[in-house]
Write a protein that binds this ligand. Structure first.
Ligand code: ADP
Ligand code: ASP
Ligand code: MG
Length: 405
């Protein structure tokens, strides 16, 4: 049995016409002898609309009920696609996450998949049916419905490919592959034929919305080959694969801008051992995710610390920082919401020098001040004023991609 997992995103199933077009594509694969497992997102902007709907009732919904609500979008799309395939004379059956036991931890709105039962899927495939699974959702130990985080259907698809022991996983979206930057923001972007797991993981963590970062983690761990393709044409797309199998090599393979973080600065803290430990231990206890951290060089026994947190955690992080300020001998706590974290990623950086200097130079030449910097083996990120997010992405792209280096 040659199994292929195909995931279709919101825009790809945005209208009944689009669902019929997706059914037609699936029909061609079924005709070629593939056992097709399809994972769907909710139609169009359904998930956003459901979130808006909840806001008409409360600003502080229970996390359990929120997941109960926003998981419903996928139940609509899977039933619609099953009907569309039936119309075309193709056997098909839809399943929710609960029905195929997509077991997750109990972390509502950001749950992690722990296991998926395959019996039902395998039985339906043996009956020559296309199996359609609701993405983005699972159940925890107590059978509460959970969701996997925005964009999480990609992860459902890759996890299914892993448990069904197939390397074939196609992610169909509204762009025909992974580009050197978001093609909606940067002109002259180039499409990758292939990209390594490590680069794709770094890019999606740093804000390239095209793949859910956990899907790339799963793909790397279980050797699933992800192909990102458009459901609107038949272009080849981009294959995400181990770097050893790659032919293309860039110094910088992608530029991203993340605008969902905010910066907190604590000034004039005591410059002695244990201050940073205390602050970040407390933030960690509250499950606040920290991305960038900068500590100024001590002077007169004082130092300042700046760090970035997700905007959704800002109020919590600020309250905690205010509380700790006195204990740590600090003089003030400031927050800045309008920031962007612009990053350049590429495995080629491992064996190149001068990359950081070139990034800082183009930012400087465009009057963009760098407020914080962080690096990884294959990435450099700069925190800048939010209003420069697009400009910074474009000028770094121009320097490394359009200039052909
Ligand atoms: P879907 O609903 O199909 O999951 P998403 O909106 O989650 O689609 O992801 C596709 C979008 O990702 C594209 O429309 C594009 O604007 C954006 N994107 C961001 N960075 C990149 C990139 N480097 N390459 C391709 N697309 C990108
Ligand atoms: N429908 C969900 C969302 O909008 C999951 C997904 O699209 O992957 O985030
Ligand atoms: Mg997506």
């Amino acid at each position: 049995m040659k199994i292929i997992v195909q995931k279709y995103g919101g825009t790809s199933v945005g209208t009944p016409e689009r669902i019929m077009a997706v059914a037609e594509r699936i029909k061609t694969y079924a005709g070629k002898g593939y056992s097709v497992v399809v994972v769907l997102s909710a139609m169009g902007k359904t998930t956003d609309q459901l979130i808006e709907l909840s806001k008409q009732i409360t600003k502080t919904p229970s996390k359990r009920e929120m997941d109960m609500l926003i998981s419903t979008g996928e139940q609509v799309s899977i039933a619609m696609l099953a009907m569309a395939l039936h119309e075309k004379g193709i056997g098909a059956i839809s399943y929710t996450g609960t029905q195929i036991r997509v077991k997750t931890d109990g972390n509502f709105s950001e749950a992690k998949i722990e296991s998926i039962a395959t019996e039902k899927i395998e039985k339906s495939l043996k009956e020559k049916k296309v199996v359609i699974v609701a993405g983005f959702q699972g159940i925890d130990e107590e059978e509460n419905i959970t969701t996997l985080g925005r964009g999480g259907s990609d992860t459902t698809a890759v996890a299914l490919a892993a448990v069904l022991n197939t390397r074939n996983c196609e992610i169909y979206t509204d762009v025909d592959g992974v580009y050197t930057a978001d093609p909606r923001i940067v002109p002259n972007t180039k499409k990758h034929k292939e990209i390594s797991y490590d680069e794709m993981l770094e890019l999606s963590r740093l804000g390239a919305g095209v793949l859910h970062s956990r899907s790339v983690e799963f793909a790397k761990k279980y050797g699933v080959k992800i192909t990102v393709r458009s459901s609107f044409n038949y272009e080849e797309g981009t294959v995400v694969m181990p770097k050893e199998e790659m032919v293309e090599k860039y110094i910088v393979s992608g530029i991203t801008a993340k605008t969902d973080e905010a910066k907190i600065t604590l000034r004039n803290l005591q410059d002695k051992p244990g201050i940073a430990a205390k602050l970040f231990e407390k933030l960690g206890e509250k499950k606040i995710y920290i991305n960038l951290i900068v500590q100024s060089t001590g002077h007169d026994g004082m130092a300042s610390i700046s760090f970035s947190v997700l905007k959704k955690d800002l109020a919590k992080a600020l309250e905690l920082s205010e509380k700790l300020k006195e204990e740590l001998g600090g003089s003030s706590v400031e927050a800045k919401e309008d920031i962007a974290i612009v990053s350049a990623v590429g495995v080629g950086m491992l064996s190149s020098y001068g990359v950081a200097g070139r990034i800082f130079r183009v930012l400087a030449d465009n009057g963009i001040n760098i407020e914080m910097i962080t690096t990884s083996e294959i990435g450099i990120s700069c925190c800048i004023d939010g209003k420069f997010a697009e400009l910074a992405t474009r000028v770094i792209h121009k320097e490394f991609i359009e200039a052909g280096a």
